[in-house]
Design a protein around this ligand. Sequence first.
Ligand SMILES: Cc1cc2nc3c(=O)[nH]c(=O)nc-3n(C[C@H](O)[C@H](O)[C@H](O)COP(=O)(O)OP(=O)(O)OC[C@H]3O[C@@H](n4cnc5c(N)ncnc54)[C@H](O)[C@@H]3O)c2cc1C
Length: 541
Amino acid sequence: MNEFDTHEVFNQAPPFEGVNLFACDTALREALEREGGGFAEPALRELGGQLGSPEILDLGRQANANPPRLTSFDRSGRRIDEVEFHPSWHKLMALMIGAGVHASPWEGGRPGAQVARAAQFLLFGQVENGAQCPVTMTYASVPALRQAGAIADEWLPKILSREYDPRPLPIGQKRGALIGMGMTEKQGGTDVRANTTRATRGADDTWRIVGHKWFFSAPQSDAHLILAQVEEHGLSCFFVPRFLPDGSRNAIRVQRLKDKLGNRSNASSEVEFAGATGWLVGPAGRGIPTILEMGSHTRLDCVIGSAGIMRAALTHALHHARGRAAFGRKLAEQPLMQNVLADLALESEAATAFALRLARCFDHPDDPAEALLARILTPAGKYWICKRGPGFCFEAMEVMGGNGYVEDGPLARFYREAPVNSIWEGSGNVMCLDLLRAFGKTPAAREALAAELALAGEPLKPYADRLLADLAGAQADEYGARRLAERIVVAVQAALLVRHAPSYVADAFVRSRLEQDVGGAFGRLPDGVDCAAILARSLVE
Ligand SMILES: Cc1cc2nc3c(=O)[nH]c(=O)nc-3n(C[C@H](O)[C@H](O)[C@H](O)COP(=O)(O)OP(=O)(O)OC[C@H]3O[C@@H](n4cnc5c(N)ncnc54)[C@H](O)[C@@H]3O)c2cc1C
């Protein structure tokens, strides 16, 4: 130090980077193996190392600090409706598409492919979340598009391609394609039956679409699946490409980009269809079930995405607490801080276990029990796990003190990001009502849930019995639907941990979430929990 230096910097934890995000996550590695994705372990280990590098982690910061811009016209005044992204966005997109996050389960139907992909998605979620939106929509569009005959023949090879090709060109000239979805209008997003966008039949097999969408993410996508009203039939699903077969731009006018709380790297727009051309997908009047094929997969990704954000927040917080001291002791060694961190670690492990178990349901759509579980655990998980995200990120931020609150680190970004998974793709209440609907329509779902919980045996029996008994009366109880969804998810999480996690994790989860009410702040673990063991397991450094 020379005489004018005021101080040395010390007691600041180094950034959490230069780590293997997969190797340091015991819960994820174990879940991958047991849910059937073990074949992907070597590739995920390599991906985890790549994603945890300082260069890749910094792409997330850059992409959000430099949000996309809409360019409506070219310099001659012609309408182009193009979105300009920072190079970091394109790098993130190329990484995800190159890894097959948008496509791998559809490539050969390998058992465990959904689970392996879920692990990838969970890792990417610890880097950047905005770029996950177009990747999710593209992935989720495939089951719906398979019903689309000639469109599927032409488009699916481009959609499944591992080449990211952002060029605004007709599909014939592209090496890869992205797909989005447009349902929400100004007068309602949940109640899509109120959509006013209209489609009228053209001369050939095309339809002419006039109307608007109030939220239309990734308008740079090569096509969107949208909903529009068809006279005498009602709401129908249409495939609306950005370019028409003659090479001209389709009449989709991007009005503006949304100025959002988080998810700032991603472009979400408002659009008008000024006589846009579309092709019918699925039968006329069956638009909602057709597009819901897509919706169930995007909801799965909301669950995995929130598990990823929570994992990211936990690792940054725990790493910080291990590297910073107060009153002569590391924060991670202080009893009250251990209670907070271990509580967060339990929540994160339970979310990871649940997300990969749910992904396994999607690996086995032809197994009736798995399909029934997917039907109920998707909305319940979308409700509860996404709902836990913002509070979790806030608590992790507080572990880092002021350093957590400023934009130099990633916690502020994760915190701003966390609520959107709860809002889009069916907001919290809507998920809980969907859960009731699922039980009402398919009573066998209760048996599938009972069978899943029974696997955990005695430790869970009293709680499972109460939940299953309460289910009978709960199915018409809109007022209590949130509580029901929460209880179902927590029970499934507890069952997974009782069966597969070390006893110090399972016991702490059961005691803190089943024997006492969930809620309030994190850091309410009861006496006798082995916090040090939980923390040692949760982040292997
Ligand atoms: C960043 C972002 C990107 C988006 N991208 C897209 C996109 O690409 N495509 C697209 O189609 N949409 C998109 N959306 C829209 C999103 O899906 C909707 O905002 C969401 O579905 C809710 O619809 P809404 O905003 O119209 O709210 P509303 O439908 O008005 O709902 C408001 C609230 O009321 C609750 N509610 C509704 N019905 C009931 C009921 N019966 N009982 C109790 N509570 C009820 C809901 O849970 C919600 O909390 C995006 C949203 C965001 C924030």
